[in-house]
Structures are given as C-alpha cells and as structure tokens.
Design a protein around this ligand. Structure first.
Ligand code: CMC
Length: 392
C-alpha cells in the first residue's frame, strides 16, 4: 500500500493544514492568527484571545462585549451537575475530575451536540468556555471539601473565577488586581500551541464525528501526562525534592545529565522550540512581578533560576538545545496565588480550551478532513496454526 516509514511521535508528519497558530521553533516565535504572543499577552484579554483563535479575527468592541456577556451568562451549571461534582472521592486528582466533568457536560446539555449545525457548535463553544471556568473552581473546592459558590455575572471572567475558587461564602471578596492580570496573561499564553499531543488528540477524536465535549475531554486526559501539561506540577515536585535534599542544584543536574533513572529537568526541552520558549520568557518576568507584588519571597524561585543558569551554560543542555518551556516558571506563580500543585494542570486546561475548540472547529470545516487512522508496520508472527491447550 505504499507504506515506507514509521514516524514515532509524528516528529515529521503533518496531520493537517491550519491557519490558527504559527510557531518557528528555531527563532522562538509564537503567533496566534498572525499576532505575536507578546503583544497579545501584554494588551489583550483571555476572552478576546479566545474569540480571535475561534473566529479568526480580533472582535470589535461590541462583538467582544456581546461575547463576554454570553459566556458570562452561561457560567452557572445545572444543580445536578454541582451534585455530580461533589461525588468524587477526596484526594482524587483534579485532572481526572476535570476530564470527567467536561465529558459529562454532554449529558446535561444535549441540545448542544450536533457537530454540523453552526449555531449548535457556537452554543457548545460558549458553554465550554463558560462552564470549564466553573468546573475548574469546583475541582479546586471539592478537593478541599469546600462549598461550591455560584457565579457573579457582574465580574470579569478571571476575576470571578478567582472569587469562586478562593472566596469564603458570605464574605466580601476582592481579587488582587495583580493576580487577575497575571492569571489572565497566563491563560492567554496557554490558549493554543498548534498540533501538540492534546490538540492532536482532540482532532483525532473529533475526526470520528464525536461531539465537542467528548473530543475536548480526551484532550484534557492527554494534557494530564507529565511530559505534556502535567509538567507544571512535576516542576514544583522536582523543586520541592531538590530543596528537601539540601537544595544542591549542581548535584541534581549531575543526575539529570547521567540520566539516572530517567531523571529529567522538568519544564525544560520542547519538541518544537529549539530556542528559548517565548512563553517562558514572559512567564519568568511575570513570576518576579507577582511574587514581589504579593510579598511572597519563594526560595524555590531562586532555585529555579539557579537550575536555569546552570542549564544554559552546560554542554548537555546547549548541545541538545534544551531551554525552559512554558511550564518551568508557571507553577511558582500559581503557588504564590494560592493554588495547590495538583491544580496547576487544570489551570493549563482552562487556558487551552479556546485552542482545542478552535482546532476542532477548523477540522470539522476542513473539506480535507478524514477520520484519523494512522497505519502501522506489522512486526509480529507470520500465520500459524492454533494449538489446543492440552498440546501446548
Ligand atoms: N531533561 C534532560 N534531558 C532532556 C530533557 C529534559 N527535560 N528533555 C529532553 N532531554 C534530552 C533527551 O534525553 C534526549 O537526549 P539523547 O539525545 O541523549 O537521548 C534529547 O534531549 C532529546 O529529547 P527527546 O525526549 O527525544 O525530545 P522530544 O521532542 O521527544 O521530547 C519533551 C520533548 C518536552 C517531551 C522533553 O523535552 C521532556 O521530557 N521535557 C520535560 C517535560 C516537560 O517539561 N514537558 C513540557 C513540555 S512544554 C508544554 C507542554 O507540552 O505541555
């Protein structure tokens, strides 16, 4: 059938054409719909970027406020859904709860499932952006046995997410503007990254005409692994361990370079970036600013800076072109904001939601799309006769 090569990890296989995100990994460039990531992070808002990714153009002021309103109005979830969110065992990993909850949205909102009706797809888009925010805050609260709050429509997307996550019921809550701005920026930085593992998963599930919720829930599961979105949590675990063992960065780096039990410097290296990840540069600046503004002097930040400094001048990392990726500094910011490490990857998922939706919609509208079905090269036994058990 003309099969010639296996391409493990699809290092050199393009699965689609896309107009959404451009990456030049050698130059460290990332653009959404042509707009440089640093400009969007500096000047845009998460919902504006979501609109841009999904609809292809920046919204007018009226379009943006209509979109924000619509998302805001859908942040409330069905009461039974709240009950459902409370049924997971304490100690369940938030990513498992999150993917289950997103999948379950299809059972609560069956009117939003038709993948071929543009209005229905637009409804599912808004529902997902709105309810993932609520789900992410509930994931945090149920893991701590805390009551689930209702959304407040008068507040902005990020501001109300923080209130629903951290506020004490019946007490006034004002989110620190520094935290609102920093989290908004982080969500923008995570909003899309072309055909990474989770996005490719969303596309391949959707290529079977599975609904948007089913496709995106699969993306959340793909994101949970430590080589992908789970890296932000793994970085903090790594920093904690180094600190607990006396804080010797050089000794840890020696183990990484010797590949002892597969120890890796988490938050370093990338399949596409062979230069400084432009998102990491922005996050690093933001980490300094947030920690300073919140008055949280975290010695783990110094440790991370020390690890980076060693890596950037060490031949092992230099020759392999390993630089900090987006996950290296994000955990330190999330921690300073008050999130438990197990919430770091759900925050990544919240940020990636617009990208998954945009990519799914692009795929569904692409006449070139076919069901995803890679081939293989069979290396097993040739044909042989079945032998009954008493003769084996
Ligand atoms: N620490 C030490 N060595 C590394 C690292 C690292 N973090 N990353 C790659 N290497 C080495 C690897 O051992 C290999 O060495 P050799 O050529 O001697 O066998 C070489 O660099 C190439 O690595 P690879 O695993 O073949 O590269 P890949 O493109 O398949 O993997 C990666 C990319 C991101 C999975 C990998 O760099 C990694 O495991 N990094 C740590 C986990 C991480 O931070 N993931 C987040 C990625 S960015 C955000 C996201 O996707 O969610």
């Amino acid at each position: 059938t003309g099969l010639v090569t296996v391409d493990p990890g699809f290092m050199n296989t393009a699965s689609c054409e896309s107009r959404i995100t451009y990456i030049d990994g050698d130059a460290g460039i990332l653009r959404y719909r042509g707009y440089p990531i640093d400009q969007l992070a500096e000047s845009s808002s998460f919902l504006e970027v979501a609109y841009l990714l999904i609809h292809g153009e920046l919204p007018s002021a009226d379009e943006l406020s209509a979109f924000e309103d619509r998302v805001n109005r859908h942040t409330l979830v069905h009461e039974d859904f709240r009950t459902f969110m409370g049924t997971f065992p304490r100690g369940a990993h938030p990513m498992a709860v999150m993917s289950s909850a997103i999948n379950a949205l299809s059972t609560f909102y069956p009117e939003s499932l038709d993948p071929f009706d543009p209005e229905t797809v637009e409804l599912a888009t808004v529902l997902l952006l709105a309810k993932t925010r609520t789900i992410t805050s509930y994931v945090h609260r149920t893991s701590r046995g805390e009551p689930l709050l209702y959304p407040d429509y008068s507040r902005g997307y990020v501001e109300d997410f923080l209130r629903m996550t951290f506020a004490v019921p019946y007490e006034q809550y004002t989110a620190d503007p520094v935290v609102v701005e920093a989290l908004d920026k982080l969500l923008i930085l995570h909003a899309d990254h072309e055909q990474n593992c989770s996005t490719s998963t969303v596309r391949i599930v959707g290529s079977s005409h599975a609904n948007l919720y089913a496709s995106v829930a699969a993306g959340v599961n793909a994101l949970s692994g430590p080589l992908h979105g789970g890296a932000n949590e793994a970085v903090l675990t790594m920093l904690d361990e180094i600190q607990a063992n006396g804080g010797d960065a050089s000794e840890f780096m020696r183990r990484v370079k010797n590949k002892e039990q597969g120890v890796r410097l988490m938050g370093f290296g990338h399949r596409v970036y062979k230069n400084y990840d432009p998102r990491a540069a922005i996050v690093k600046k933001s980490a300094h600013a947030v920690l300073q503004a919140l008055g949280k002097d975290d010695e783990l930040l110094d440790l991370a800076l020390g690890l980076e400094e060693i890596a950037l001048s060490d031949d092992y990392f230099v020759s392999r072109k390993l630089y900090p990726n987006v996950d290296f500094y994000t955990g330190l910011i999330y921690k300073a904001m008050g999130f438990h490490p197990s919430m770091f990857t759900p925050l990544f998922a919240l940020g990636r939601m617009p990208g998954w939706i945009a990519q799914w919609r692009e795929m569904m509208n692409d006449p070139q799309t076919k069901i995803g079905r890679p081939r293989q090269i069979y290396t097993g036994e040739v044909e042989r006769e079945y032998v009954p058990a008493d003769r084996r």
